[in-house]
Design a protein around this ligand. Sequence first.
Ligand code: ATP
Length: 225
Amino acid sequence: MQDFGEGKKIGLLGGTFDPVHNGHLAVAAHVLKALALDAVWFIPASVPPHKPGHEDGRQITAFSHRIAMLQRAVQPSPLYVVSDLEAKRSAPSYSIDTIRILRKQIGSKTDLYFIIGVDAFLEIDTWKRFQELPGLANFVVLSRPGYPPEKAEELISREFPGYLHGPTRETWSCASSGKAFILLHMEPVPVSSTAIRRRVKNGEAIDELVPETVADYIREQGLYV
Ligand code: ATP
């Protein structure tokens, strides 16, 4: 077990990352700064239970490609870590299991912040044993255009009644677990992995949407064509 020490704060950003894009990196940078985190771990899912295939009908790209793109994307920052934890797991990978494993790896003294876009958060009530999740880590919910923050507040009130908001309604804390939901507003970064896959298929440029090293990798490997 690797203990990061008392008071350290680590953000966990899970996703499919097919491919990683500037929106993911903006989320990580925003939360790192806003909550003064010590690091953000990117955790690609091997076979996400909610995405047996993409909604655009495509198969999910091999884990090895998705992790290679992540490694290239985070390379400039020592504060970003790419975790291959999910590769070693038997599919499917559920967040509850991932957080439990990470808690063991990271140790009990480190504060964990599970980072999630509000679009994904609004589906949390379909996740395995979702009611146990906020007891294991703080939840940081990022705004995304088209998803009103009130929807996230409604969901917290309905499904997690032990959590009460402070004056700004941005932080919802639970006295017994000592954990919180933190609703963060972020300037929208209008990019999604779906849009990137579509652009590559249509022969359109993606250089504004992903780091240069990721665009190069996609070209070299002939992904998404
Ligand atoms: P897809 O288009 O394939 O559904 P995606 O772009 O939403 O993918 P994921 O890997 O599924 O990317 O997302 C991982 C996490 O990052 C999710 O919590 C998602 O809400 C969040 N996220 C992705 N893109 C953005 C963005 N542009 N702004 C804010 N959050 C984002």
